[in-house]
Ligand binder design. Structure first.
Ligand code: AN7
Length: 368
């Protein structure tokens, strides 16, 4: 078994050279799981796949972008990085910085990040600043700091982040041998929907694409046209600035990862939506929790609430899109692992029964 991270695997599509120091935790190559139980639950003939980004080294898709951002920061001689974060960017930046020997500072909204993410940033030795304010306030401050001081910004406004994250679309095409018809994805700061769309366009159109050359060999010419997916982005209804068409001052959602009122990649997300003829819409917290529990109970996949926004969106659009009637290929990105937010899991599920060492009572509790 030879392990490779996304830079070693897809370097020819990335802004790296042989001299770029590769700082990797072997991110990427995440499972694309067929969701047969959810297919059955929804009815119809479509194939549904789940891209489980929680299987990345720090438990979220951020690692794909962070291996690029940190490798390039080291190549460019940076000594320190900084980000604002709802948690996952902070955890990933802290881990890759530790590996690279860079100083890392993260500014997080006090009280609004999941416990697992906070524990990661702290353990990897980042300077963790819990801001009295929300994510948008934190990002504003970080941008002010990086304008004045020699710290490298590792939020998704750093273009290397988007470059790294686009590799998830490459993996999907490599696995399926085609792009899906629909791609469902949570939207927060809107970097990831931007990255996937960039990745799909580049890989489908690139003559370097392995899938393309393979397929072309099969059919014996170079005109194979793989279609592009419609990008289906979902914001939490209490923090849906793109859907509302204006920034949200006090975003609210229990999906803290996407509690963002003024996304950095707003325009690019709209571009991805419009070019792909997709949509960006809302899902309620109730719909998010329903999808969150469904993924865990029907498919054995434990995600954090924000990640379930993609599947919540699929459920919302199931009948509207004729997913039921046609044989479509659908991919939902699951952005982060459920262990990130144990508090929410425990609040959402049946509590354990506390029982004495009494066989009769124990058997009764098991249902025997
Ligand atoms: C699990 O960590 O913004 O639309 O600071 O952690 O690319 O922002 C996290 C975002 C979806 C939204 N799912 O992605 C941060 C941060 C999870 C996330 C998103 C995030 P973008």
């Amino acid at each position: 078994m030879i392990y490779k991270g996304i830079i070693e695997r897809y370097g020819k599509y990335l802004p790296v050279t042989g001299k770029t120091p590769v700082i990797t935790l072997y991110e990427g190559n995440t499972p694309l799981l067929r969701a047969k139980n959810i297919e059955k639950f929804l009815g119809g003939n479509s194939e549904i796949y789940l891209k489980f980004e929680g299987a990345n080294p720090t438990g979220s898709f951020k690692d794909r972008g962070m291996t690029m951002a940190i490798s390039k920061a080291v190549e460019d001689g940076s000594k320190a990085v900084i980000c604002a974060s709802t948690g996952n960017t902070a955890a990933s930046a802290a881990a890759y910085s530790a590996r690279a020997g860079l100083k890392c500072s993260v500014i997080i909204p006090d009280g609004s990040i999941a416990l697992g993410k906070l524990s990661q940033a702290m353990m990897h030795g980042a300077k963790v600043i819990a801001l009295r304010g929300n994510f948008d306030d934190a990002l504003k401050i970080v941008l002010e700091i990086t304008e004045k001081y020699p710290l490298t910004l590792v939020n998704s406004l750093n273009p290397y982040r988007i470059e790294g994250q686009k590799t998830a679309a490459f993996e999907i095409i490599d696995f399926l041998g085609r792009a899906p018809d629909y791609h469902f994805i949570p939207v927060g700061n809107a970097g990831n929907i931007t990255a996937y769309w960039k990745g799909y366009k580049e890989y489908v159109r690139s003559p370097k694409s392995e899938v393309r050359s393979q397929k072309n060999k099969d059919i014996g010419h170079w005109t194979l046209d793989i279609g592009l997916p419609k990008m289906m982005g979902f914001q939490a209804s209490g923090s849906a600035p793109i859907v509302r068409g204006k920034p949200v001052k006090n975003p609210k959602t229990l999906a803290t990862a996407i509690k963002i009122g003024n996304p950095a990649s707003w325009k690019k997300a709209e571009q991805a939506r419009d070019e792909s003829k997709g949509i960006i819409d809302t899902v309620t917290d109730g719909e998010i929790i329903k999808a969150y529990k469904l993924l865990a109970s029907l498919e054995g996949i434990f995600v954090e609430p924000a990640s379930a926004a993609s599947v919540a969106g699929l459920i919302k659009y199931n009948s509207k899109l004729k997913i039921k009637n046609e044989k479509l290929v659908i991919v939902c990105t699951l952005t982060g692992h459920g262990l990130k937010d144990p508090d929410r899991a425990i609040k959402s599920a049946t509590q354990p029964k506390v029982i004495d060492q009494n066989m009769k009572k124990i058997l009764k509790a098991i249902g025997l």
